[in-house]
Design a protein around this ligand. Structure first.
Ligand code: ATP
Length: 290
């Protein structure tokens, strides 16, 4: 491993350095480094099995990496070494929220209740963990009111306010995805990690999702997403990082990555020496269609 350089600037939100993750004999992530800037939507892409979810699981504390360092710098300048924290502290203190590939809502609770459960920690703290606190004496009732305001705010943003009292399980698939994102936002994250948010969405739902994600970024929460839907990635990302076989093969703007021969080769599954031929073929095809 090369010596660590301290290149954190005030706009660096997340810095992943020399990350490696081994499962038995399989090196799923191999010396992977990248940075995500505050205020950006950063996309992590790559073919199936490239290691994207493993990177997410290391950032959010579900896995402890075999090697490497993951630093999160909050707006206040406070830094957290995520690889050293248990997952609940990554959520609560470092303020990293996530959603999963499979929807994980409380389907029997209403849409609003799902958002209030997300704020449970804050409410319990305000109660002082006492029965008098819970009965509304002290800070609890003010916090409970605030929790409903926060929930309302994100329901409006996610275009779900009309469904607030319906069971979450009754919502269409795309609306459930937005509810998961709204629920994560109720925890007030600095970084929101989304694992394939557009999976299974129809084109209209996909557009609504794009608008929600841009809105979240514009309000000051940075996003890191894994996504297979390239139209979503190219449309909303500020920065794209590409993984193949656990290693970084490209890193830059959507336009840079889209035209990178290594990325084209990885997605088409061709050998490096065949890339130039593939690009020439693609250019010929494009020429033929003008
Ligand atoms: N808990 C685990 N135990 C053993 N191997 C694992 C584990 N998690 C992931 N892997 C392996 O690590 C490699 C990377 O998997 P990962 O799920 O991170 O890829 P991915 O890029 O997210 O794939 P996909 O796009 O298909 O979701 C794969 O070979 C996978 O089988």
């Amino acid at each position: 491993m090369s010596p660590q350089e301290n290149t954190m600037t005030s706009d660096t939100l997340l810095k992943v350095e020399h990350l490696s993750m081994k499962f038995g004999g399989l090196m799923a992530i191999n010396d992977f480094s990248f940075e995500a800037k505050r205020g950006d939507i950063t996309a992590l892409i790559g073919p199936n099995g490239a290691g994207k979810t493993t990177v997410f699981n290391c950032i959010t504390g579900f896995y402890k990496p075999t090697m490497g360092m993951i630093t999160l710098q909050q707006k206040s300048g406070k830094e957290y070494l995520l690889e050293r924290l248990p997952d609940f502290r990554i959520t609560r203190e470092a303020k990293v929220a996530r959603t999963f590939q499979n929807i994980r809502l409380f389907s029997g609770l209403t849409v609003l209740e799902n958002l209030l459960v997300a704020q449970h920690n804050k409410l319990m703290l305000a109660s002082g963990y006492t029965i008098l606190g819970l009965l509304g004496i002290g800070r609890y009732s003010a916090e409970a009111k605030n929790a409903i305001e926060v929930a309302r705010y994100w329901l409006e943003k996610a275009d779900l306010i009309d469904r607030a009292d319906d069971p979450a399980g009754d919502l269409p698939y795309g609306a459930q995805r937005r509810l998961e994102i709204a629920r994560a936002m109720c925890t007030g994250p600095e970084l929101l990690c989304l694992d394939e948010p557009a999976a299974g969405l129809n084109p209209k739902e996909s557009l609504t999702l794009n608008a929600l994600l841009r809105g979240i970024r514009d309000e000051g929460t940075s996003l890191l997403l894994i996504e297979h839907d390239m139209s979503v990635v190219m449309e909303i990302s500020d920065h794209v990082v590409v993984l193949e076989y656990g290693q970084k093969i490209s890193d830059g703007t959507p336009d840079h990555v889209k035209n990178d021969p290594k990325v084209i080769a990885a997605y088409l599954g061709v050998e490096d020496e065949e890339v130039e031929q593939v690009i020439a073929d693609v250019e010929n095809l494009e020429g033929g269609t003008h």
